[in-house]
Design a protein around this ligand. Sequence first.
Ligand SMILES: *[C@@H]1O[C@H](CO)[C@@H](O)[C@H](O)[C@H]1NC(C)=O
Ligand SMILES: *[C@@H]1O[C@H](CO)[C@@H](O)[C@H](O)[C@H]1NC(C)=O
Ligand SMILES: *[C@@H]1O[C@H](CO)[C@@H](O)[C@H](O)[C@H]1NC(C)=O
Ligand SMILES: *[C@@H]1O[C@H](CO)[C@@H](O)[C@H](O)[C@H]1NC(C)=O
Ligand SMILES: *[C@@H]1O[C@H](CO)[C@@H](O)[C@H](O)[C@H]1NC(C)=O
Length: 469
Amino acid sequence: MKFSSWSAAVTASLLSLSSGALAAAIEKSKGPTATQNFELTKEMLEISVFGGQTIHAPQVVNSGFVTTTGRGPRALAKAYAKFGVEISPELLLILEEILEALGITVPGTTGTGSTSGTGGTNANQTTSASQGMVAAVPQLFDTEYLAQVSIGTPPQTLMLDFDTGSSDLWVFSTETPKTQENGQTLYNIAASSTAKQLEGATWSITYGDGSSSSGDVYLDTVSIGGVTVTNQAVESARKVSSSFTNDTASSGLLGLAMNSINQVQPTPQKTFFSNALDNLAMPLFTANLKKEEAGNYNFGFIDTTEFEGSISFINANTTQGFWQFESAGFAVGNSSTTTITSVPHQAIADTGTTLLMLPTAIVEAYYAQVQSAQLSQEFGGYVFNCNEDLPNLTLAIGSYNAVVPGGLINFAPADDISPTGSSTICFGGLQASSGLPFAIYGDVFLKSQFVVFHGGNAQLGFAPKPTTS
Ligand SMILES: *[C@@H]1O[C@H](CO)[C@@H](O)[C@H](O)[C@H]1NC(C)=O
Ligand SMILES: *[C@@H]1O[C@H](CO)[C@@H](O)[C@H](O)[C@H]1NC(C)=O
Ligand SMILES: *[C@@H]1O[C@H](CO)[C@@H](O)[C@H](O)[C@H]1NC(C)=O
Ligand SMILES: *[C@@H]1O[C@H](CO)[C@@H](O)[C@H](O)[C@H]1NC(C)=O
Ligand SMILES: *[C@@H]1O[C@H](CO)[C@@H](O)[C@H](O)[C@H]1NC(C)=O
């Protein structure tokens, strides 16, 4: 497993830089013309990291930060303390501003760059900052990505579907009726010495595809890639719908959206990410899904080897409980001559949805460029000849143009679903979102990007990465 930590790398390199020059650069960038958007200067960005890479800028970062005083510098200090680095108060403040400018703001950091002076005094107070990486393993045709989660004491390992579009962590368990199981690994409640029932709590959830599950709730220790939360709400299934029963590889879901849409009654419970947030080196997780191979989720750090160029941040609107953002429009085809057609729409970044579901106008415009494409009643969506090369699709997210390679939109064979089958008709990875409250940027889109889910300041970051399509 590689361990390429953003915070460690930045710290190490900053220690060899003149803090005076950096401070000057930051001051300059905060000049009278600076408004809500924060343009990063080159000096601030040329921070060399381990392996000789360079962290480049997000194009524009919006400084809509959460402002509670005090905790920011301490949380940052935790991150650096982990690596045994002594940090002066001055350097700590500069680090904080750089991270803030990069959209890597820790919770409670004062957003305007004002210096409260509490900076380094707590730098050696704690070393509990943590980070973890876990593999995201695709199932056949990338319909879902499963990752290893340890639950209980001693740890029981379950493969769960990480879902940024919901907020419940639920599992098949020893309480799930035998008739609804099909070889899934079960959470054995009695075998965990740290499991305790959350008295009176129940849950029931129905997902966008009509599948559902329900049950009761335990609190137990949960670890992902070394990041541990004690007393995490683990929702035990007493009932699951048939599509969950049929999905033998997945033992449940791990929701990574906002706490506000958690379905536990009478008291909604926090997500694993929310509980882990304060102890993470950086208050974020990243998704790096890949086509037909294992990608990964990281918690608490950004691995600069996982993307190319820069990360562009956009504010997420979390009022509906999702990682929701606005997309401005699209372009089809040759990226060297891209002109964005304006079709503003609300969207969510959702690892738990397989396809990319966009407004009908975009979907029609895209398939108009695919000669063999047709909207098929039989297959319930757009299909096309498997041999036809598909054009790229560019989606405008703020000032960032995300390119989805055509190869990712060739989703799966439609008429012969055996992996070695000789299908001639293929089902589109891009389909219409008509009937949904927003567009869903699901796995087909996410496979084309490195995505940062920033819980500290509710932002999403997108960066290009090498893809095989
Ligand atoms: C940090 O460590 C120094 C020296 O080891 C000590 O003097 C200081 O009190 C410590 N500060 C805190 C906040 O623990
Ligand atoms: C689950 O599998 C059974 C048996 O193969 C099938 O009848 C049923 O339609 C499947 N359910 C779903 C939701 O796919
Ligand atoms: C966020 O979304 C809600 C619900 O869709 C909407 O009412 C609100 O205006 C949005 N806020 C912003 C800042 O876009
Ligand atoms: C893409 O653009 C380049 C240069 O503008 C042009 O040479 C090439 O033919 C275009 N390719 C397609 C597929 O449109
Ligand atoms: C499609 O996008 C890839 C980058 O993902 C780029 O290398 C390629 O040139 C693009 N193809 C066209 C026809 O624009």
